[in-house]
Design a protein around this ligand. Sequence first.
Ligand SMILES: Cc1ncc(COP(=O)(O)O)c(C=O)c1O
Length: 379
Amino acid sequence: MGKRVQGAKSGKMKSNIRTMGSALGPRMMIDGREVDYFCGTSYYALHGDPRVIGAACEATCQYGMGPGTIMASPPLLEVEARAAEFFETEDAQYIISGYLGDMLLVQSLSGDYDVIFVDAASHYSVFDGIRSTGKRVIPFYHLDADDLARKLQDNLRPKEIPLVMSDGVFPVTGAIAPLREYVKVLASYDGALLCVDDSHAVGVIGEKGQGSLEYCGVQGKNRYLTGTLSKAFGGLGGIIPGDRDLMDKITRNVRIPVGASPPSTAAAAASAMGLKILSEHPEMRMQLWSNVAYMRTGLRELGIDLPDSPIPIVAVTALSGVDLKRVQQDLEKEGVLVAYVPPHGYSDAPNMESLRIAVFSTHTQEQIDRLLKSLGKLV
Ligand SMILES: Cc1ncc(COP(=O)(O)O)c(C=O)c1O
């Protein structure tokens, strides 16, 4: 039965960690009983998909857990080839985690900019990454292009080049960074760079699923993303797509690919399969967006104020007179699992409590209706 661990240190989401009893899915075994699962980041539930699991098992049997020195297992090479195809770039770099991807990207570009301007609510990995460069770091207000403009004006000396960094999609609120506005602001700064941590956007938004830069129509020169294969794609590890020039800069300026072990063979094979499945089945994205729209409409009908958005993260924040912690617990008693996020409980969590509801492409309408019905009784 489920062991419960109070899993929080300062700054981390205080959540009860529960124990899985089956592969991840929209309906799964947790703490010994079957529940409707509306948490996490596996937006297509590919982590529990038999094709993904099969690929991981098969590759592990053939190549073992991981590669030795001066060689790469075919699944590792396949991830980079498939990622380059998915993102329509010349190449891609695959590393052990998305968390390190931010560090890798800003270090690789370190000769191209002088000062980093960062959305103040960006993910921990963004801040850890940019601090590692030793460059000046200037935070700007969350999602605020006007404040970015002010901070650029006040802090850049003549000829200094800025790099602007933000989550493309924020993990708790699901907010999409206003990248088009950032690009307008940056237009008067020669050589300015824009980098996004697109962990929650890749595979999810944009017509081809290429993430927030595609969604906002701002792909191009000096625009970079780091993504993860640990969320939408059902695998594990960080992915940085780009041209040969970026790959050369990674080789010259970054030690992570040589100093850290690559992802395991199982992680690579699962990630390659996830990339293949999402490339070959764009209708999965349509299904996800349709489920997201259905969920958002249903929540609005309960009187909850929500923006229109294709993002499968729905944040229900403070409702007057409603104790959201109790709502989360009561939903769980009814077999519906959503995440409770305390005020400031994660990198972008607001200063008030919230429920984070994750929508999967594989949730059925009946499941979403069940959640809405249970929630309707509680709010
Ligand atoms: C915005 C963001 N960036 C990076 C990461 C880390 O990705 P990974 O789990 O692949 O290390 C996360 C993980 O939740 C995230 O939400």
